[in-house]
Design a protein around this ligand. Structure first.
Ligand code: B12
Ligand code: SF4
Length: 464
């Protein structure tokens, strides 16, 4: 084996995810694995999702050390750091990649990574793995897209790695390297539908200020509609799923492509229910009708705020009305909607929170999730607040979500905002239902009053 690929996500250690139970395989390392195998390198995957750190430690300690490649994102950082430590103690050469390490090169090198890969991993690892296997460290300077330490301790960053031009020429993810049947089965057991994931494009050209573009930059490269249909057909044959998740950033970004893909599915008689993410401005009547015909049962929309002022500050490029129209169109086409909302973006005050509450009440999506804005290093939003960000724990033990932004409203304030949103929406939903009793409405009214009073009371509280 030339390289063992892994990621730091352990499902059974994550109480929240254990309730949700919607795991998908790590497509990034599976793409790398199939590419390296195609190039004749011995690549294997240790899929941590259903495994434990003890099993990984045993493999690292007992196996013959070679190169260990680890995918890292902001949530898995502390696990990845621990994996690096055990791997180094056991004599492995270590490489990290994914959306986070490029933003924290020094830190990952200090934590035990021999090399940090920045951007797409396929070609970089194709060149890097043989060099590491031969311990030809001097050759590293010639490999684009990496950072490493010179013998004198200085950090060397090579030229940026050029992106893969034709992503269709790449082999599909090496799903055979992970227990795909188990992923599908977990979905089936917990949600009544086995699910698979696939991507149709790489990169997003939009510029929402809080979103990370670390891996693909602002490019957008699409696969051919026929190639995606081939992969879907193969997935159905192999794993008999009842649904799919199109894991693209914005599945409906290219309308011409979408219509072609829909026609291709129709020609093949394929109609697997699926869910996807879209921007409201990339949804219109014809797109939504096409999605419904293709089997789309849910569209997730990044709505973020009901205040246009805040959407503009985020450079979201979407209007509140567009979100409302898109949700209404989905409803009339029989497609469920899920909304992502963000509290606490710079400049948000009580009137913006009230606008978000009104927006969600009016739009009435089937589901909505809220989060308090968190600055991802490398994004413009991070730069905006960098001077005020304080980590609550040492970098290596924390995620980029364990921090405080000085002078931002307190966490308690956002808990009240959340409670106001949920009780107001519930009240509106139940008020007109004939079987709702007065006591329920009274409880909700009290909840609304309490949340609003809490918001007022904590308005002056800021993160210290
Ligand atoms: C699908 C997805 C999810 C799924 C993951 C399920 C799964 N296993 O696939 C779900 C919904 C669970 C999810 C959750 C979250 N996600 Co997410 N997600 C994505 C998304 C949209 C696609 C991932 C993907 O498949 N990409 C396609 C592959 C080909 O790209 P890739 O993984 O980046 O891999 C390439 C390179 O990174 C590199 N590479 C990857 N691994 C390795 C390993 C080595 C050794 C090397 C050298 C290179 C390398 O090479 C690969 C091929 O070129 C990305 C955005 C995006 N478009 O990538 C966000 C993204 C990864 N998610 C993000 C975030 C913030 C989250 C959450 C924190 C959100 C939240 N609020 O909870 C959670 C964290 C969950 C967790 N515990 O890890 C951020 C990460 C930012 C960061 N700096 O870490 C991203 C980049 C979105 C964004 N633009 O901000 N996510
Ligand atoms: S939030 Fe979505 S639309 Fe905005 S830049 Fe990120 S991926 Fe693109």
């Amino acid at each position: 084996m030339d390289i063992l690929l892994t990621h730091g996500y352990f499902l059974y250690e994550d109480p929240k995810e254990l309730q949700i139970m919607k795991p998908y395989p790590p497509l990034g390392i599976l793409y790398i694995c199939s590419h390296l195998r195609k190039k004749g390198l011995g690549a294997e995957v240790f899929d941590s999702t259903f495994s434990s750190r003890q099993e990984l430690w045993a493999l690292l300690r007992q196996g013959t050390p070679s190169v260990l490649g680890i995918y890292a994102n902001l949530m898995t950082r502390s696990n990845v750091i621990e994996i690096l430590r055990v791997a180094k103690e056991s004599g492995w050469q270590t490489v990290v990649g994914g959306p986070e390490p490029g933003a924290y090169v020094q830190e990952y090198l200090a934590a035990g990574a021999d090399v940090v890969v920045i951007g797409e991993g396929e070609i970089t690892l194709e060149e890097l793995v043989p060099a590491l296997r031969k311990r030809a460290i001097d050759n590293l300077h010639q490999i684009d897209g990496i950072a490493f330490r010179a013998p004198n301790g200085s950090v060397i960053r090579t030229k940026a790695r050029e992106q893969i031009k034709d992503i269709d020429a790449q082999p599909w993810p090496a799903r055979e390297s992970v227990d795909m049947a188990r992923y599908v089965e977990v979905w089936r057991q917990h949600h009544g539908m086995g699910s698979v994931s696939l991507i149709t494009a790489r990169g997003c050209p939009y510029r929402c200020r809080w979103c990370s573009h670390e891996v693909f930059g602002k490019t957008h490269r699409r696969r051919k509609a026929t190639s995606v249909a081939n992969e879907l057909e193969w997935l159905i044959d192999q794993y008999q799923p009842q649904m799919a998740w199109m894991a693209d950033d914005v599945f409906t970004i290219h309308h011409g492509w979408l219509f072609q893909y829909a026609a291709e599915l129709k020609r093949r008689g394929l109609k697997l229910p699926f869910e996807c993410i879209s921007r409201a401005d990339r949804l219109n009547g014809q797109v939504i009708e096409t999605l419904a015909e293709m089997g789309c049962f849910r569209v997730w929309i990044g709505s973020e705020s009901g205040s246009q002022r805040i959407l503009n500050a985020m450079e979201r490029g979407v209007t509140v009305e567009q979100v409302q129209t898109a949700v209404a169109l989905c409803k009339s086409a029989g497609i469920q909607t899920g909304m992502f909302l963000m509290w606490g973006y710079e400049g948000e005050d009580l009137s913006d929170i009230e606008a978000t509450v009104e927006h969600v009440k009016r739009t009435d999506p089937d589901i909505f999730f809220t989060t308090v804005a968190y600055p991802i290093k490398g994004t413009p939003y991070f730069s905006d607040v960098a001077g005020r960000v304080e980590s609550l724990k040492p970098w290596s033990d924390s995620s980029d979500r364990e921090f405080r932004i000085r002078n931002r409203h307190s966490r308690q304030f956002y808990r009240f905002a959340d409670s106001l949103l949920r009780t107001e929406v519930e009240f509106k939903r139940l008020r007109h239902k004939p079987d709702t009793d007065d006591a329920t409405l009274e409880t909700l009214r009290a909840g609304i009053a309490e949340a609003r009073a809490g918001l007022q009371a904590t308005f002056g509280e800021v993160e210290a």
